[in-house]
Structures are given as C-alpha cells and as structure tokens.
Design a binder for this molecule. Structure first.
Ligand SMILES: [Fe+2]
Length: 250
C-alpha cells in the first residue's frame, strides 16, 4: 500500500516524446533540403522526416545544407529556392512546423570570401553561423576565422565538435575554442554508437564538461530517424538538461 501511495505522490516520469520536445524543440542541423548535398534526394524523403519531427513536437526546422568550394558549391539563391518546395509541401499537408534554410559551411577559401563580403547565411536573432572543418586536420587559421566572424557580427557555432579526430586526444584544445567565442552544437546521434564508440566517448566527455550549447540531428536520410530517440534515454537526458543550452535563442 505504501508503495502505491509513494508512486501516486511521485510526479509521473516524462515520456520519451515529452523529453524530446523539452530539450529539442528546434532542429538546427539537418540535410533536409532535397537534392542539394549528400542529404535527402527527394521532397517525399524530406517530408517523411518532417512528419516524424512533427510527432516528436519539433516546431521549427532550420535546415543546413553543406556549402563548400570543392564538394557542394551551393549558392544561397539555389538553397533558398530549393527550400521553397519543402515549405510549400509543409503548408499543403498542414504540418505544425516551420522550415527555413541556413547552411553548414566548410571553413575553406570560399567561406572566407563569403565572410569578408558579410554574406553568410545565419540563423536566429544572434546571427549564428554553423561551421565545420575537415575530419583529419584543423583548418588553416581557424582562430582567425572565429575572430573575423565575430568582428562581422556573426556567432560561430561549431557543428559536431565530438566528431573531429584531431581533437580526440586533446579535449582541452577543443574546449579552448569556446574561449575564442565559438559555441558547440552536438549531434544527437553521437550519443548512440551511430558514429562509433570513440565519438560516443568524446560526446560523453563534452557533456561532462557542460560545454554543449545546441543539439541537432544532422540527419541525411529518413533511415537515420529511428536512432534519434535513443539519445533521450535517461542517462543522456539528465546530462542534456544540465548543459548551458541556448536552444531558446533560436
Ligand atoms: Fe551536417
């Protein structure tokens, strides 16, 4: 009887969907603009993901196609145009979410040209710009780029810091980027074994350091969806709640 009384007095545990909606109301990193990068290829594939997002309580989607000189030389005009089809399909289907487009910039020469011209696609009132580097080595003049971005009024957000191999043995060097004004966006899938155990361990260390400002899916295809709820298991969820998240500034 006492056990029943205690159970009755205890607030009911949040459902998985409630957890997701609480810490992840906006997805600011994904590849759901069809046919512009290595993400979804068709409008229907994008809609499959967005329907699932709506059931999870996500109300805003900021899509971030790759922009790089060598692999994905997307122009802003092309991306804005390609996103229109998704926006229209969302309206036609009555999904309760908005869809806007920014970009995930590789820090290459093309990026520097856009930066100097003050022509980066940003998101949020604080003009956040999502950036990535190559996997194996840090880009030339990373710190200078971070400084220039801020001098132009942008706030750099490093995509998936847990995935860069050249920081795996030197977390202090990675964390030092925050002293240079760089915010961190962690991939939810990094909390699972999706990218392997080394990335998972790095994600865990970054959570322990309370160093994560944004979480995002970085999904490229609908088959990625089924792994996302795993990132909200109790052990991860407690740690996500303890982060200095800035999701409410989007
Ligand atoms: Fe990405």
């Amino acid at each position: 009887m006492w056990q029943q009384l205690i159970q009755w007095l205890r607030p009911s545990e949040e459902s998985l969907t409630q957890r997701m909606a609480r810490v992840w109301p906006v997805d600011l990193h994904n590849h759901l603009v069809p046919g512009v990068d290595d993400g979804v290829k068709t409008l229907e594939q994008a809609m499959e993901c967005l329907r699932q997002y709506a059931t999870w309580g996500i109300r805003r989607v900021i899509s971030t196609p790759h922009i790089s000189e060598d692999y994905h030389p997307n122009t802003h005009t092309q991306l804005l145009k390609a996103a229109e089809a998704v926006q229209q399909a969302i309206i036609d289907e009555g999904l309760p979410l908005t869809f806007t487009v920014a970009a995930e910039y590789l820090l290459d020469d093309h990026f520097i040209k856009l930066l100097r011209a003050n022509e980066l696609l940003s998101f949020g009132a604080n003009r956040y710009v999502l950036i990535e580097t190559g996997w194996a080595a840090p880009p030339y003049q990373l710190e200078e780029n971070l400084f220039t971005m801020q001098s132009k009024g942008y706030v750099p957000v490093l995509a998936h810091p847990e995935r860069y191999r050249y920081y795996h043995d030197d977390i202090d060097k990675l964390l030092a980027l925050q002293d240079k004004g760089c915010l961190f966006q962690m991939n939810l899938l990094s909390l699972t074994e999706y990218y392997g155990q080394t990335v998972q361990q790095m994600a865990q260390r970054l959570l322990k350091e309370k160093s994560i400002h944004f979480i995002g899916s970085d999904i490229h295809r609908s088959s990625d969806l089924k792994h996302l709820p795993d990132a909200f298991a109790s052990n991860w969820y407690t740690q996500l709640l303890a982060q200095p998240l800035k999701m409410d500034t989007l």
